[in-house]
Design a protein. Structure first.
Lengths: 682, 215
């Protein structure tokens, strides 16, 4: 056990951050009538607080020493809010801060356009409350504070999703989010109560010591926790709220939700499911692997068919959450079989992906926000030609798209590569039939990566290249500089962490050392330049060297063409003798059509073509085309569930008759029954 | 001698409760409550004499003055003032109600044997009667429509609790007694006002109409 540090500069960082957030909320409320200063105070305060938490998180990660302290102590009632920043918490705090900082800066400009002046204060307060509560979730030492922060986080997010509450779809999205979250929180409360009663304490150190429960009860608790945290993590089949809620919120909030809210669910899975209930069971690992696989593959398949840019990104969040859970599943499987070094690789892969996903998905959502602001629509089919009109945004979206596709030189690559390594190592490390899960998961992951690439080729190609397809797209203007700087920062991080994955892995060493059951010093980093799982000697990758080689090749190629003195002609694109109009362009729907057909069994596409009859059926006035894919989970799982709940609730209304006499009769009957049952024997 | 008086008074209280259940005239029901409270006062006085605990005399006096005289008077005045039908309107008819009360009395007596003090002797009867009174009071609340009878039912329950307190523990500290007495007065006052409001709003004292307030 490492010695907790209680002194020094860093110890005061978290209380200071809390204070800053509270003051910011107060000032934002006070300035509610003046949108401009209100916006700057809210987001400036948020940035200051994020800087403080980032500093502390970095210090804890580097030193590997926990920071503990008390935020609030009320002696009379015995209420204590204390916090502990373990290396794991610090890692998630850092992920939060890295995205929250640029998002706040971006929002300062973005909210001026995207949020009505009268709502500025509400959004500003909710923004701070959301970030503060997620921070509280990460550093909570006891279940009371944890669940309290968890609920505040849910409510703040719901408020933000319903920012544009005038639209019915947004209200429904917020409602769906609330319902799903409360089902999840219900599971968490139940499981934590059992755990607390068994441990006889409400502090995490006692409850999550690993020896509190055993046997079938432990499995049941795992299932409850998996559902509870799974809802927030957005894994399939608990994902239904995610594609609705993410597009409904303002874009910078979507970035936060993808990067932060999902991460809170993942944190729970780590803290409780994988490392809080003792040595994991093989069946748990199978469940995690299966859920991860399902989320990854179905998430990307759903993303592929979306024509709403933000919905597409939301579905891709499901996919990436799946990849993170897949890595965690591989880790728990290795732990269940006692392979601590393999588990360390898998956990490192999964935690790296948490960070990388937060960065590139944050970037993509911010770029999408710029596009949506410029064009006034979220439909990819109406974009086109944005590369010329919004060159910087296009560049940043391009970098994000490359990163999320897992291409080398960008930060999506290291984490996916490590996940593959973990799966391969897992195959060699586990006995019997169980090992067959690893190649299957690997194949699924490979397919997911390929489909993700296709998905983002489509998003970028249709959205940014060729000719504008609509008036708003041809009138689009580049976003203000204040919105580009945060994107540039995230894009730089994408490239830097892609070129130097060793930095991430080196930072993770203390985190991995702090988790129980993992090989303390799995040498996953091969210097700052490269990475290697470190178990077998021949697996290593140096993206930076590869990058230099690519750059050198590029320079050589360019200088060769330049030396030959080739003449550059600029002519219009050849159009087979016709005229190129936006109508001749490939559409997003058409782009994904072949894949839709290949995966027909999963999508179950339905389409309807109506010819609007003219004088003759051979010359229709127009054609109406409608295509949709079957919402499998909504129709076959949530539909029956919902009807069952509504029916049960209807039946229970009889009890709630509204008659005072009926209620009094319940009391009397209960009193008599209890008296006979409990009081009958001397 | 003391034991016999105590048992007689307790039995009298039970009988008044039965009569309240069986009675249809509102004024008589209120008077029966007064009689019940007077018997309760007698219980307190008897214990005060037998165990020579003089503070119990104050309790007895308070009980008689407040519950046997003041509260019945106030309730009758309320009934007079709002000028309603002076009949009790139960959901169940009288024979069925009495049968149910009989069952509740059996439960009360059976449960009283579970207490150390209630296994035999005077305590057995006092606790048995108190529990029965309590359940009968609850039953009256369930089965009556008028708000005034609801108040009477509540007061009956209160009498039952008081009976246990006085009979088994030989009386609570005086300050607690005073507190409870004022509580009862306040409750009756508030409920009386509430009844007048209900009548003013619904032109009836029938609280089953309150369900119309439900959204």
């Amino acid at each position: 056990m490492v010695e907790p540090s209680t002194g020094g500069l860093v110890a005061g960082a978290l209380p200071a951050a809390v204070l800053v957030r509270l003051l910011t909320v107060a000032a934002t409320t006070a300035l509610a009538r003046r949108p401009r200063p209100c916006r700057w105070v809210a987001l400036g305060g948020s940035m200051a607080a994020s800087v403080l938490t980032l500093t502390m998180a970095a210090e804890v990660i580097v030193s590997g020493r926990e920071v503990e302290g008390v935020l609030f102590h009320h002696a009379a009632s015995g209420i204590v809010f204390d916090y502990a920043v373990t290396p794991l918490s610090a890692w998630f705090l850092m992920v939060l801060g890295v995205v929250a900082l640029p998002t706040a800066l971006y929002s300062a400009a973005y909210f001026a356009h995207a949020v009505a002046a009268s709502r500025t204060a509400v959004v500003g307060v909710a923004f701070n409350v959301l970030l503060g509560s997620v921070e509280a979730v990460f550093v909570a030492t006891g279940v009371i504070v944890f669940l309290g922060a968890w609920e505040v986080m849910t409510l703040a997010t719901a408020a933000l999703v319903a920012t544009e509450y005038q639209e019915r779809a947004n209200r429904l999205a917020a409602y769906l989010y609330l319902v799903m979250s409360h089902v999840g929180t219900g599971c968490l409360v139940a499981a934590f109560m059992v755990l607390a009663s068994r441990a006889g304490a409400t502090s995490f150190t006692a409850m999550l010591a690993g020896d509190v429960v055993s046997g079938p009860l432990r499995d049941g608790l795992f299932a409850l926790f998996l559902v509870g945290f799974g809802v927030k993590a957005g894994v399939i089949p608990l994902h239904v709220w995610l594609p609705e809620a993410h597009p409904a919120a303002p874009s910078s909030i979507s970035a936060l939700m993808s990067a932060v809210l999902i991460t809170a669910g993942i944190y729970g899975l780590y803290r409780v499911c994988a490392f809080g209930l003792g040595v994991p069971d093989e069946r748990w690992a199978l469940a995690l692997l299966f859920v991860g696989m399902l989320s990854a593959i179905l998430g990307v398949l759903y993303a592929l068919t979306q024509t709403d840019l933000k919905r597409l990104l939301a579905c891709s969040t499901i996919e990436n959450s799946g990849i993170v859970v897949l890595g965690l599943g591989a880790g728990t499987m290795a732990l269940a079989h006692g392979h601590r070094a393999v588990a360390a690789v898998a956990v490192a892969a999964s935690l790296t992906h948490v960070l990388n996903h937060a960065i590139f998905k944050g970037l993509l959502f911010l770029a999408a926000g710029s596009v949506v602001m410029a064009t006034g629509t979220r439909q990819i089919e109406e974009f086109g030609g944005l590369l010329k009109r919004m060159p910087w945004t296009a560049l940043f979206f391009f970098i994000g798209a490359l990163a999320i596709s897992g291409l080398p030189l960008l930060n999506g690559f290291p984490s996916e590569w490590l996940t593959f390594q973990a799966l391969l190592l897992g195959f060699t490390a586990t006995p019997g039939l169980v090992r067959l899960n690893f190649p299957v998961a690997g194949a699924m992951l490979a397919l997911t990566s390929a489909l993700a690439a296709a998905c983002f080729v489509r998003a970028f190609g249709i959205g940014f290249l060729a000719l504008p397809r609509s008036r708003p797209a041809s009138d689009a203007h580049e976003s203000p500089r204040l919105m580009l700087v945060p994107q540039a920062w995230l894009a730089t991080l994408c490239v830097a962490l892609g070129l130097f994955p060793g930095v991430t892995l080196r930072a993770l060493e203390t985190v991995i050392a702090s988790l129980p059951g993992l090989e303390a010093a799995a040498p996953t980093a091969a210097g700052a330049l490269g990475m290697a799982p470190g178990i077998s000697s021949f697996d290593f990758v140096y993206p930076a060297i590869f990058g230099v080689a690519v750059l050198a090749a590029l320079v050589v190629a360019l200088s060769l063409t330049a030396r030959r003195g080739a003449v550059v002609r600029q002519v219009p694109t050849w159009a087979c003798g016709g005229v190129l109009t936006p109508r001749t362009e490939y559409t997003a729907t058409a782009f994904s059509k072949p894949l839709l057909m290949i995966f027909k069994a999963i999508y179950r596409p339905q389409r309807q073509v109506d010819a609007l009859a003219g004088a003759s059926p051979y010359f229709p006035q127009g054609v109406r085309y409608r295509a949709e894919i079957e919402p499998t989970f909504e129709r076959y799982i949530y539909g029956p569930l919902l009807r069952g709940v509504v029916r049960t609730a209807g039946a229970m209304r009889v009890l709630q008759a509204g008659s005072l006499h009926a209620y009094l009769a319940y009391v009397l009957v209960l009193a008599v029954v209890l008296l006979i049952w409990l009081g009958g024997t001397p | 001698m003391t034991a016999n008086v105590l048992i007689l008074c307790a039995a009298g209280m039970l009988v008044t409760a039965y009569l309240m259940v069986g009675q249809k005239a509102l004024f008589t029901t209120i008077r029966l409550y007064g009689l019940q409270s007077f018997l309760l006062g007698l219980v307190a006085a008897t214990i005060a004499i037998a165990e020579s605990r003089h503070e119990l005399f104050i309790t007895a006096a308070l009980t008689v003055v407040l519950k046997a005289i003041l509260i019945p008077w106030f309730l009758m005045r309320t009934v007079d003032r709002i000028g309603i039908h002076r009949e009790v309107e139960p959901f169940l008819n009288v024979p069925a109600s009495l049968l149910i009360c009989l069952g509740l009395t059996v439960v009360g007596y059976r449960v009283s044997t579970a207490f150390q003090e209630g296994a035999r002797g005077v305590g057995h009867h006092l606790i048995g009667v108190a529990l029965s009174l309590l359940l009968i009071g609850l039953f009256m609340m369930v089965s009556r429509k008028k708000a005034i009878t609801q108040i009477l039912a509540l007061l009956t329950v209160e009498n039952a609790v008081f009976l246990v307190a006085v009979g088994v523990t030989s009386g609570m500290p005086l300050i607690v007694e005073l507190g409870i007495s004022f509580d009862v007065i306040l409750a009756v006052l508030v409920l009386g006002v509430l009844v007048q409001r209900i009548v003013g709003r619904f032109e009836s004292m029938d609280i089953s109409r309150l369900s119309k307030l439900k959204g």
